[in-house]
Design a protein around this ligand. Structure first.
Ligand SMILES: Cc1cc2nc3c(=O)[nH]c(=O)nc-3n(C[C@H](O)[C@H](O)[C@H](O)COP(=O)(O)O)c2cc1C
Length: 206
């Protein structure tokens, strides 16, 4: 058989500056890194010195149609290497601008964990803004590059999570990534929730 056996080619761009201390993302990574049809790309492992190979990263983007940024929320933003990746790889006239059309029609999703509980992310809460508001830079990056921005997969309150709870989130993440790959997400239903993993039964088609 030739050709692509799955509906979508999914690229997970993973950025965690201290993976040895990770409880949550480490398990999420274990849940998806060997999935068939998924390219798992660990930026801190590949570029510990921050010397990003721009051409290689652009090639990788060209070959996938759904891009996932996976990271822990650090100071309400992406970790530094993922920010640098955005600054260097998404070049003018390549990713955006009149001649920058390579990413048009692709989809972008964030998969992130936050130390803060979900209830803190609202106007009256300690963090004053919703998680979707903190993600506006990623959403706008997607728009400028002509990509569709998907609802994020978010795990809140990581400090209090027990081992079994983290295990369940990892299983959810695996199910979401597999469903994205196989085109089994009901994006219309998913758009009704602030985060994709709020009610997976409502958004994943069996
Ligand atoms: C330098 C640093 C900055 C952080 N900034 C935030 C933040 O802005 N908001 C938040 O909710 N959690 C923040 N956290 C908590 C992390 O998001 C949390 O520890 C992480 O998502 C847990 O995932 P892990 O077990 O894979 O490391 C921060 C943690 C560190 C170490």
């Amino acid at each position: 058989m030739t050709g692509q056996p799955f509906a979508h080619r999914v690229l997970i761009l993973f950025a965690h500056p201290a993976l040895q201390k990770s409880r949550v993302n480490r398990q999420l990574v274990e849940a998806v890194r060997d999935l068939e049809g998924i390219t798992f790309h660990d930026l801190y492992e590949l570029y510990p010195d921050f010397h990003i190979d721009v051409g290689k990263e652009q090639d990788l983007l060209r070959r996938h149609d759904i891009i996932v940024f996976q990271y822990p929320l650090y100071w309400f933003s992406v970790p530094a290497l993922l920010k640098m990746w955005q600054e260097l790889v998404l070049e003018h006239r390549w990713a955006y601008g009149r001649e920058g059309t390579v990413l048009r029609g692709k989809k972008l999703m964030s998969a992130l964990s936050t130390g803060g509980r979900e209830s803190l992310f609202c106007r009256e809460g300690f963090n004053r803004c919703t998680i979707r508001e903190y993600l506006v830079p990623v959403e706008q990056l997607a728009r400028i590059c002509g990509m569709e921005y998907l609802p994020p997969f978010v795990i809140h309150g990581t400090r209090k999570l027990t081992g079994p709870e983290i295990g369940r989130h990892a299983e959810d993440y695996r199910n979401v990534i597999t469903a994205i790959r196989d085109d089994r997400i009901n994006w219309e239903a998913a758009g009704l929730f602030p985060r994709l993993n709020m009610d997976l039964d409502a958004v994943i088609r069996k």
